[in-house]
Write a protein of this length. Sequence first.
Length: 479
Amino acid sequence: MYDVVIIGGGVTGAAVARELSKYRLNICVIEKGEDVCSGTSKANSAIIHAGFDAKEGSLMAKMNVRGNAMMDELARDLDIPFRRNGAMVVCVDPAEKDGLRTLYDRGIANHVPGLRILDREKALAMEPNLSDNTVAALYAPTSGIICPFILTIAMAEQAYVNGVDFHFNTEAEDIRKENGIFLIRTGNGVYRTRCVVNAAGVYADRFHNMVSKRKIHITPRRGDYCLLDKSAGNLVSHTIFPQPTKLGKGVLVTPTVHGNLLIGPTAEDIDDREGTNTTAEELQEVIRKAGQHVKNIPMREVITSFAGLRAHEDGHEFILGEPEDAPGFVDCAGIESPGLSSSPAIGEYIGNLVRDMLHADEKENWIAQRKGILHPADLSFEERNELIRREPAYGRIICRCESVTEGEILDAIRRPLGARSLDGIKRRTRAGMGRCQAGFCSPRVMEILHRELGIPYEQLTKCGGESKLVMGRTKEDER
């Protein structure tokens, strides 16, 4: 029996869990994947949007601007990388120049600070690799870049150390209410709770529609991306957008906090809620559209491509709060872009709502600070040598592309909500995210997981479920 059950361990569920962990409540998160950040939150543009694109007065606009403002303090508290690199919306057609003024006016109405419209010369002075067809650009200095994996993991870790339970490989199948208590049927039994927070991403409409007569509908919107090597990471310093369309903000070109270059996404509405496959056609569209507003993109430096899903609600608006006919059931539905940017504000908003609903008291001993994984590469030469002297594992390189040591991997396994798979290690340490895409370090990471957790090699997975890495072993292997 719980006071609150949160369905979904993505960035929204983690943000809500972190906020609710401040109160004297019995809380758990149920996640169908083997780790947090295993759905929509793991594949997106990694942008903290300024807030000029969302319709003025909408929940999207309010949550985006508030979430953006919260990000500096949150990043310090969680010890995660975040950089305000600024964004530019580039106009390449003189006939569309008035569209920049429309975005500017919307941003002012949304209280976005620092917006400016730049003429061609000023835009090219700031970003020499903009298209030769550049006419003007809208500049938003408060836009930023972040790592979506680390943000989600860090908020979940903080929730966990403050008492929130996390149950993985636990898929919600049905919800009903009896005598004022919600019963959530899962493959691992029935959970009883006074309050449900529905943060289920592309599945959020299914759970909402189980308890409310006012139906909602979510369409999975797939977007393909290309990630380029760090050798291309300095092509642009700002996040570069085209002028947006009804399908979204368009194909962006942006540096990442880890030094790579990212281009994408496309926007294709599909039926498959697990359809994260890339297609040749969509990737060609990414390349073509990115080249319309940024030149000299070195596509030979692409090291991987991937696709993510956005939970597009028919009304293109966040759905936050209780349906009128389902008290105690709290929606966080339709959380598409700018969902990552909005996540701290959504956590705050839903946390306050649930706190008041359940008349919860604040904890006196809430742990507000988190320390991230130590990266020896960030230390001075002297500090690194002293660390290796004390803990030799930090002197053994496992992932050469990203210079990830055994010490970092051990930390990723042993820390709160530690990694249990290759992707879990990758998202926490970047082992396997470099140029070779885990071609060399996977066997070493598997050895460490096997040794630390006692998991047989045949049961080790890439990302949980049936994604097993070893299909059989000979007697010689076992020896």
